[in-house]
Unconditional design. Structure first.
Length: 548
């Protein structure tokens, strides 16, 4: 199957739906709307400006910004000009910015919405051309070579080039949960195939609305929001800032909504802070009230028009999914990686009896389990290679062309796959027994007082769990917290084999965040750094099941 390139899809919407609003960017609490015609015009002007730089064909150009309309426009203009986009997380520190720009040999960088633009700009090597998005407040004090106004004053590119399928479209740097990030090389055809396959699997409509707020430097948002919108023509709105997220979500009233486990937990905590769990449970158990209460909560969240909820990046606790189900919110989980263009498996359409799995492979995704239980995949969606790392590329593929995901799993008779852990994260206790932490963490997260969890225990007689409590937990006294956590610990341990059972839950006072380096930009825990930072807590003498 030959999939149309993203640029061919842009040309299609320019011609067939020129006056339909595509992108909505909030500025000073007002949405600026851009139609497909206006987006096409801005892409073409920016492409002209890039071609005028006379960079060699296929040059690498970075984008360092939070999500915004200009991010989409720049991404398409880089491709139109015959170059390769290199996204950098807006939360990246100076060291990461310098590493990515140097390693990928970027010739230019687009700077936009960021909370630390000035510090990040100091990591840009000499000789890298700086273009600016029109967010002067974020870029205060940052020196740039070309303003957005300058590039948008250029004439529109008159031609409509179509890249070759084998051309490199983008290099996605992994979030570096272990060591330096790797550059995942994505071709035009692999990206196109993934976007088209996604559209065939989960039907969308021109009238659909989405909110783009998860980082565009990550493959999930790049394919499932940006890519899907270009291929299916639906409308995308952005968030002005973290502080305005809730208001922007309500104003957009999306019909499709994608999030990650940490944020699903935060939404849940926000609801439970207003309505205590026992009271909510009682209200939802009354048939005449259940529908009214569920609708009211959905409306307060901005979810009253959502018909498809998604979650990815990490496993979501089955208990959390079941809790949302009572509110009429069916969360579809999916699984994919940067190396697989975000595609792998999906639980769509939602099935309550399959909660806890990552679903079945998309049509065209060849998935198998190795003798060790590793999930391995093959198909047109796979990356080309790791940039400048042939040895790592070779290690990652089997002799017959399957990508080794590093995830361990099992498959049921219906073809639904369940992840049982990351091969690299499996640790050995002092008894010589192997423990897979992820499934245990998912069970512990059923306790609504826990916001973050890390099960560890390499060289310990029994594993332990490090836990960060929710802000709402401060409303309870220590005795209540200990009782609740001890109940959860006993309940979880009863379901585990003896060598997996936890000796204790150790409460950690400080939160794990992107800023302190303990979370990746996609909100996954950096396990090895957490274990290093809390070494003394992990190895302290345990005097109780719950250690404060």
């Amino acid at each position: 199957m030959h999939a149309k390139t993203p640029l061919e899809m842009l040309y299609h919407w320019e011609q067939t739906e020129p006056d339909r609003v595509y992108l909505r960017q909030p500025v000073n609490r007002q949405f600026r709307e851009l139609t497909w015609r206006e987006v096409g015009q801005q892409v073409r002007r920016l492409a002209t400006a890039l071609i005028a730089q006379n960079y060699p064909a296929g040059s690498h150009i970075a984008i360092l910004s939070k999500n915004c309309a200009e991010w989409f426009i720049t991404d398409m203009a880089i491709l139109m000009a015959g170059h390769v986009s290199v996204p950098i997380y807006a939360t990246a520190g100076e060291e990461t910015v310098r590493y990515v720009l140097t390693h990928s040999h970027c010739r230019a960088i687009f700077l936009g919405k960021s909370d630390q633009a000035l510090q990040q700009s100091q990591a840009i090597p000499d000789g890298v051309t700086r273009f600016a998005f029109p967010y002067e407040q974020d870029l205060a004090g940052v020196e740039v070579d070309h303003s957005w106004q300058d590039v948008q004053a250029q004439p529109e590119l008159g031609s409509s080039p179509v890249p070759d399928g084998d051309d490199i479209m983008t290099i996605i740097y992994t979030s570096g949960s272990t060591g330096n990030p790797k550059g995942v090389v994505i071709t035009v055809s692999s990206y196109a195939w993934s976007c088209e396959t996604l559209g065939r699997t989960m039907p969308t409509y021109l009238e659909d609305r989405v909110l783009s707020y998860l980082p565009l430097a990550h493959i999930t948002e790049r394919v499932i929001i940006e890519g899907a919108s270009v291929y299916n023509g639906f409308q995308v709105s952005f968030v002005e800032s973290l502080d305005t997220f809730t208001d922007d979500l309500k104003a957009v009233s999306p019909t499709l909504f994608l999030s990650v486990p940490r944020l699903w937990t935060r939404f849940q905590m926000g609801i439970l802070a207003k309505v205590p769990p026992h009271k909510l449970e009682r209200l939802l158990s009354i048939p005449i009230l259940k529908g009214f209460i569920a609708r009211k909560i959905r409306k307060q969240l901005g979810f009253d028009h959502v018909r498809l909820f998604g979650s990815g990046s990490a496993p979501l606790s089955p208990a959390t999914i079941a809790w949302y189900q009572k509110l009429g919110i069916q969360i579809t989980e999916a699984w994919g990686m940067s190396e697989t263009n975000a595609l792998g498996t999906t639980c769509y359409p939602f099935r309550a009896d399959k909660v806890g799995s990552i679903g079945r492979p998309y049509e065209g995704v060849d998935l198998r389990l190795s003798e060790e239980g590793e999930i391995q995949v093959k198909g047109p969606f796979l990356m080309k290679e790791y940039y400048l790392e042939p040895d790592k590329t070779a290690e990652t593929f089997t002799s017959d062309g399957y990508f080794k995901t590093g995830d361990k799993g099992e498959m049921d008779s219906d073809g639904y796959v369940k992840i049982t852990g990351r091969l690299k994260e499996i640790f050995k206790t002092a008894k010589g027994k192997y423990v897979t932490p992820v499934p245990i963490e998912a069970r512990l997260m059923e306790n609504s007082l826990i916001e973050q969890i890390c099960v560890t225990g390499s060289h310990l007689k029994q594993p332990v769990a490090l836990a960060v409590l929710t802000p709402e937990a401060k409303n309870h006294d220590q005795q209540h917290i200990s009782r609740s956590l001890e109940h959860t610990l006993d309940k979880v341990n009863k379901k585990l084999e003896s060598h997996q059972q936890l000796d204790a839950i150790i409460i950690i006072d400080d939160s794990w965040s992107i800023e302190n380096g303990l979370l990746t930009p996609t909100l996954k825990i950096r396990r090895h750094l957490i274990e290093a930072r809390y070494h003394d807590n992990i190895h302290q003498p345990l005097t109780a099941k719950i250690m404060h």
